[in-house]
Ligand binder design. Structure first.
Ligand code: FEO
Length: 408
């Protein structure tokens, strides 16, 4: 666990985890950091905690000792978010500290017992409520519901103008050498941006309307530092992550980069050959391609690639009178994530009868995705010259359609 001073009396304690599936399902090729924060005045508060397994609470206690904080004497635990990656340590903490108060929203207070058992002091906070820790440190509380759970809130420290946002403004990606935006190399910044896109698309995008509300609230603060529960601390330019998050909310509405995500599956290579042909055309047009083969490739990457691309190609054969199941599953996941209004083109092979097209329409309608489809190209067995010519025309049309949806 690493300890970084954000301001006098304010520290971040951060650990990075590689070997887990986030929410039990999202792959973490670059890991994820989990950040806790200590604010020390005459009284001491810990904001957001840490996942409660693999000896992490004990590691947290040891780390607190290094900054002269006795965990047994912590006065307040600020629960911005009840999800166990931040609050999972509470059950353990109750064993070592018999006299602390949890500050959380009303909804949060109702979730403590089912998740972490009873017997703790809980004080419900509302918008603008304040706790004076003494020593010049004051915390104010700001509910930001449904980012992505209903109980979520942000906490603001007035003297340092630091906003502790938990999942809001978070990013996947381990923190190893550099913890602040101004310390990061160009390469690290690029990776962190990519990991923020992936984090948002995997974890928050279903709730992007509520994230927009939280962004609006964030803009009301006099801000020097944004300190999220995952990812780097933004102290040199906190506006950057706010603007990035605004852009991500637009991605969820169908806008995207000048990139195409090809989500495809193939049993015997017929559809795959057409994917290779499509990729060559897009490359010639100078458009970056994300080629995601289902089920081989990561679902996390699939969701992220579709989320940030202005153009989507679904390449799926017919399988037992329906879509090839791994691609149908991918489409269903995108619908659940409410990634709507995308510009889309579909092609794929069939053996003796079609059927993929019918299921495609059902899934899109079921999730009210409002995707704008170009006429599909289906071919019997291998794609012939005339089929490839139709695919080429479809891709040219997709590129035209994408133009109204482009953002950088
Ligand atoms: Fe980082 Fe929703 O927990």
């Amino acid at each position: 666990m690493n300890i970084k001073e954000i301001n006098k009396g304010i520290h971040m304690l951060s650990t990075s985890i590689d070997e887990m599936l986030f929410e039990g399902m999202w792959e973490l090729p670059h890991g994820v950091s989990i950040n806790s924060f200590i604010v020390k005045g005459e009284k001491t508060a810990i904001i957001d905690g840490i996942i409660g397994w693999d000896g992490l609470p004990e590691t947290l206690y040891e780390s607190l000792g290094k900054i002269d904080i006795n965990p047994e004497k912590i006065d307040y635990v600020i629960v911005n978010h009840m999800e166990p990656d931040h609050a999972g340590w509470l059950e353990n903490f109750k064993k070592i500290n018999k006299d602390f108060t949890i500050l959380t929203t009303l909804k949060g207070s109702q979730m403590i017992e089912p998740f972490y058992g009873n017997s703790v002091n809980v004080q419900v906070v509302k918008e603008g409520d304040t706790i004076d820790l003494g020593g010049g440190k004051t915390l104010t509380f700001h509910p930001a519901p449904n980012v992505h759970w209903p109980e979520t809130m942000m906490t603001y420290e007035t003297s340092s103008k630091t906003l502790f946002t938990c999942d809001m403004f978070g990013a996947f990606g381990s923190l190893k050498d550099h913890y602040f935006d101004d310390e990061m190399t160009e390469e690290e910044v690029k990776l962190s941006e990519n990991e923020a896109e992936r984090y948002f698309s995997n974890v928050l995008t279903t709730f992007s309307m509520m994230v927009e509300k939280a962004i609006k609230k964030t803009k009301e603060f006099d801000l020097k530092v944004i300190a999220p529960g995952h990812g780097p601390i933004y102290r040199s330019n906190p506006q950057k992550i706010i603007e990035d998050y605004e852009k991500y909310c637009q991605f969820a509405k169908g806008y995207g980069k000048n990139e195409v995500a090809i989500v495809w599956g193939s049993m015997y290579g017929m559809t795959q050959k057409a994917v290779v042909f499509a990729t060559e055309i897009l490359n010639k047009e100078g458009i970056k391609v994300h080629s995601i083969q289902m089920p081989n490739d990561s679902e996390s990457e699939m969701v992220s690639s579709v989320f940030k691309s202005a153009g989507i190609i679904l390449a799926t054969p017919t399988y037992e009178y329906k879509m090839y199941p791994p691609v149908a599953h991918a489409l269903d996941e995108l619908g659940r994530k409410r990634i709507n209004n995308k510009e889309v083109f579909r092609f794929g092979s069939y053996g003796w009868s079609g059927g993929a097209e019918k299921e495609l329409a059902q899934i899109v309608e079921n999730h009210k995705m409002k995707w704008n489809f170009i006429e599909s190209v289906e071919f019997n067995g291998q794609a012939k010259e005339e089929d490839l010519s139709k695919i080429e025309s479809g891709i040219k049309q997709l590129i035209k359609n994408m133009k109204s949806k482009l953002i950088k």
